[in-house]
Design a binder for this molecule. Structure first.
Ligand code: G6P
Length: 617
């Protein structure tokens, strides 16, 4: 949510910043801007629209200089227009600032600054912070302009309530950028005679794979050949330079039309990677060393809470069924945004999992912190190594899915479900899951990558189904048991990228209200493999059919036979145990949403109003 890139070096900053912004466009794309400094002062280019619009603007009048900051915005305060695009300036016009996050007390700070004679050009909270830092800088009496800028930033941030990842520069302080973070990610890229700042390493991995992940309350002073990290309170500490695991090739689209399609097709590998080294065939269980828990502690777990947002929450929904089924441990899935503010009664033996692809989602992070504050062991299931959630949790399981760029999450979902299966298996084998059951589950898990490969072969068939439904007014999604969360996830994918109205429901709820919606232009998608509840689903399908609602069924071979002449369209996935079915049934729904979105001419990888990493509440 909002992306920041900064550069100090010997090359022209403009192409480096622009390229970095393109990599971060998934974080927000309503407006963008750069501020680059050379001997003639700060040159700013900013406009509403995508990075392509900024690129055009910069091509008309190229800014030159070897240090600068840039930003791609997802609006929180202030309309989407050229003026509100970042960077923002202080009263002198010499200090430029880009910001990711929300300054909650900006109203009060603004009032004080207005009283002191400051005038504001925008409606943003960011401009207030720029003015605040600038006003302190101007008052500091010291010849060391770098030290002044650092101290002014430090003093201003002490007055701020809210979240931020920031980068700033000053026309009078050459080859120098200041960055700081609290609640929004910021990473320092360490190069040779050049250094970088970014919200995410993908923006800078083309230039360096050495990265320092800043912690909350860190402030960094960045120069060409050195950097200094201290806390906002002025204390210095140890910081490790990490090697980034992926290369710039891993974040290219390759031959695929969209990142989302590439990531859907990566699922045989990402699912394999989520299991790699974690299956113990000898003891028919899972090995999850990152949980940092002894066998005795795992045996003592009496309750599990799974929390997350969006797609991660839906993976948790499958996890609730999985852990209860495999381990008989009472499990709840909770919206992170609700859980963090609710007074949920929990027993001391509760184990909490924060599920998040990015590891930066503000509400999930809030839930993790609240849960840890109350003393519950809280683990992370994250993809982004070194993300805030991964670092702040008591342990966890990495997804190893590789970078996910498409805003609509796909491969991260199946990896999360695999990991939750492994957790269920591990807890189950310490309770009443037999060796035979454990062994069967492991065999079925090992078969999944090939089965996913087979499911992906249905893409053209699914495309032809999608083409039939481009004129519909919306879609209903239904499923039972393990596939109820899949109905929710299918509807979410559909909403996110086609903008069609779509909702997911437990199939049986149909008759308690939803059936009133059924009509010929509102198809119902039933996720109905031939499992223990298939006959129940069949009843619901008949109820829709009787009211002339079109039906698309995602089922298995034997289910398809029974649906002949009933469902308008049938998508047949390979058979698997009920527990693993969601990993196969979700893929046709990802593809259905994808093909329909393409058919409708939507911007699949950057759907309107959405951002991939939501670092505001
Ligand atoms: C946003 C994204 C969703 C994602 C959710 C949680 O809403 O648009 O695709 O599922 O955040 O993200 P996380 O990184 O925490 O899994």
């Amino acid at each position: 949510m909002c992306g920041i890139v900064g550069y100090v070096g010997r090359s022209e900053a403009a192409p480096i910043l622009l390229d970095g912004l393109k990599r971060l466009e998934y974080r927000g794309y309503d407006s963008a801007g750069v501020a680059i400094v050379n001997g003639e002062g700060v040159q700013t280019r900013k406009c509403a629209g995508r990075i392509a619009a900024l690129s055009k603007l910069m091509a008309q009048k190229p800014p030159s200089g070897s240090f600068g900051i840039s930003h791609t915005r997802w609006a929180t305060h202030g309309k989407v227009n050229d003026t509100n695009a970042h960077p923002h300036f202080d009263q002198s016009g010499k200090l430029a600032l880009v910001h990711n996050g929300v300054i909650e007390n900006y109203g009060a700070l603004k009032a004080q600054l207005v009283e002191q004679g400051h005038t504001f050009e925008t409606e943003t909270d960011t401009e207030v912070l720029a003015h605040l830092i600038g006003s302190i800088y101007d008052k500091i009496d010291n010849n060391d302009s770098k030290g002044r800028l650092v101290n002014a930033t430090r003093e201003a941030l002490k007055q701020v309530i809210g979240t931020y990842g920031i980068a700033l520069l000053h026309a009078d302080v050459p080859d120098f950028i200041v960055g700081a973070r609290r609640g929004s990610p910021l990473v320092l890229g360490v190069g040779r005679d050049e250094n970088f700042l970014a919200s995410d390493v993908s923006a800078i991995v083309a230039h360096t794979r050495d990265a320092v992940y800043l912690n909350d309350f860190d402030l960094v002073a960045v120069e060409r050949d050195k950097f200094e990290i201290s806390s906002i309170d002025g204390e210095t500490g140890e910081h490790q330079i990490n090697k980034v695991e992926f290369t710039s090739e891993d974040i290219s689209k390759g031959d695929y039309a969209h990142y989302m399609l590439k990531e859907i097709f990566e699922q045989p590998d990402s699912v394999r990677d989520a299991m790699r080294g974690r299956l113990n065939t000898e003891e028919c269980t899972a090995k999850l060393g990152g949980l940092n828990m002894t066998a005795a502690e795992l045996r003592d777990v009496g309750r599990v809470v799974l929390t997350g947002c969006g797609t991660a929450l839906h993976a948790g929904g499958v996890g609730e069924y999985l852990i209860e089924q495999l381990a008989s441990v009472p499990t709840e899935v909770e919206f992170a945004s609700e859980f963090r503010h609710r007074n949920t009664p929990m027993t001391r033996d509760t184990l909490v999992f924060a599920i998040s692809q990015s590891g930066e989602t503000a509400d999930t992070l809030g839930a993790l912190r609240e849960s840890r504050r109350k003393g519950y062991r809280t683990l992370g299931i994250c993809n982004n190594v070194a993300s805030t959630i991964a670092r702040e949790s008591d342990g966890g399981v990495y997804m190893h899915a590789g970078p996910e760029i498409g805003v609509a999450a796909t491969k991260s979902f199946t990896s999360q479900v695999v990991i939750l299966t492994l957790i269920g298996l591990l807890l189950g084998r310490m309770r009443n899951l037999s060796t035979a059951e454990g062994s069967r589950l492991i065999e079925a898990l090992e078969a999944l990558p090939d089965q996913i490969e087979d499911t992906l072969k249905l893409s053209d068939h699914i495309k032809s189904i999608a083409n039939k439904y481009v004129d519909v007014s919306g879609m209903l999604f239904f499923g039972r048991q393990f596939n109820y969360p899949i109905a929710l996830e299918g509807a979410l994918k559909m909403k996110e990228i086609t903008y069609l109205y779509a909702e997911g429901h437990p199939s049986a709820e149909l008759k308690h209200g939803i059936i009133a919606l059924v009509r010929p232009d509102l198809p119902s998608i039933f996720v109905a493999p031939d499992d223990g509840v298939f006959s129940k689903n069949l009843n619901n399908i008949e109820q829709v059919k009787a009211r002339k609602g079109p039906i698309i069924a995602v089922t298995t071979q034997s289910g398809a036979k029974q649906l002949k002449g009933i469902a308008n369209d049938v998508i047949v996935v390979p058979d698997a145990p009920d527990t693993l079915m969601p990993i196969l049934t979700v893929i046709p729904l990802q593809l259905l949403a994808y093909h329909l979105a393409v058919g409708l001419g939507r911007d699949v990888d950057k759907p309107r109003n959405l951002a991939k990493s939501v670092t505001v509440e």
